[in-house]
Design a protein around this ligand. Structure first.
Ligand code: SF4
Length: 270
């Protein structure tokens, strides 16, 4: 098998026609809403008031994709505290740490919510493993991206289909790659407004919010895992290392994203 074969995951299929239509035409009114929210959210002091402004601005389903990491646990608390009607879902890649799944259950108990668990297509996973092997994602960046595409990106696209807004817990401070994340932007690829209500939070802001509200978090954070993804692709970081250094650690530091939040590269000053 050559490298070109590995560049795309097996059984790649075109997106649903509804998504294509939304993507190709865009939506000027929604783009304006994104622009207004982007200006508005930074002036609001709390996560709860930001969520209220988001719900008031976006008409249609607002989905929150939680990775169950620190940021997303804070977001879940804010959503529960504000009473906002948000479709909360998480992607179960089939390769999570047991601690991550325990965190999911603890969160459901704490907040009395049912988190929608979205799984990859079984046929896609079988074809991927048949082609690349059960640990094939370590063979090359292309093979790793193919695995993320099947286990994360396609399920995410399915979960977001038909949504008007997409909430994330991304923060600018998390990595160079995320340093220019706006509060809100029109996401033409998914045909919705993508909103990052805690984009401006520092790690101290985040940890303070979690401590004040005694929010349940993944116990692995206390064992040196600031950013937690799939078990075979995440290791603990050493003191002074980048927050995301433990993700796909065998790869170059540049551009270590799984494809869920791809954005144009931020300018790096000299
Ligand atoms: S993080 Fe690793 S195991 Fe998880 S989907 Fe990506 S390549 Fe596959």
């Amino acid at each position: 098998m050559n490298k070109t074969d590995r560049a795309s995951p097996p059984t790649a299929r075109p997106r649903a026609s509804k998504l294509q239509t939304r993507t190709s035409t865009g939506s000027p009114p929604d783009a304006e809403i994104a622009s207004r929210l982007d200006e508005q959210l930074g002036a609001l002091a709390t996560l709860e008031t930001r969520l209220a402004a988001i719900v008031a601005s976006i008409h249609g389903r607002i989905a929150f994709s939680s990775s169950l990491g620190l940021e997303d646990q804070a977001m879940l608390h804010g959503i529960a505290a504000s009473g906002a009607a948000i479709d909360v879902f998480t992607l179960d890649t089939g390769r999570h740490f047991p601690e991550t799944l325990e965190t999911l259950e603890a969160s459901e108990h704490r907040y009395g919510v049912k988190v929608r668990v979205v799984f990859p297509d079984a046929g896609d996973v079988e074809a991927l493993v048949a082609r690349d092997g059960i640990m094939g994602f370590r063979q090359s960046v292309e093979a790793r991206k193919a695995c993320c595409e099947v286990r994360k990106v396609r399920p995410l696209n399915r979960a977001l289909s038909g949504a008007a807004g997409w909430l994330t817990g991304m923060r600018r401070e998390q990595s160079q790659e995320r340093s220019a994340v706006p509060f809100a932007e029109w996401d033409a690829a998914h045909g919705l407004v993508k909103i990052n209500p805690i984009a401006d939070w520092t790690l101290a802001d985040l940890e303070g919010y979690i401590a004040r509200h005694d929010i349940p978090v993944n116990p692995l954070h206390a064992k040196g895992f600031p950013s937690i993804g799939c078990q075979p692709c995440t290791r603990a970081v050493r003191p002074g290392e980048d927050i995301r250094a433990g993700r796909w650690w065998w790869e170059n530091l540049d551009g270590k994203e799984c494809g869920l939040h791809n954005r144009p590269k931020a300018k790096v000053s000299a």
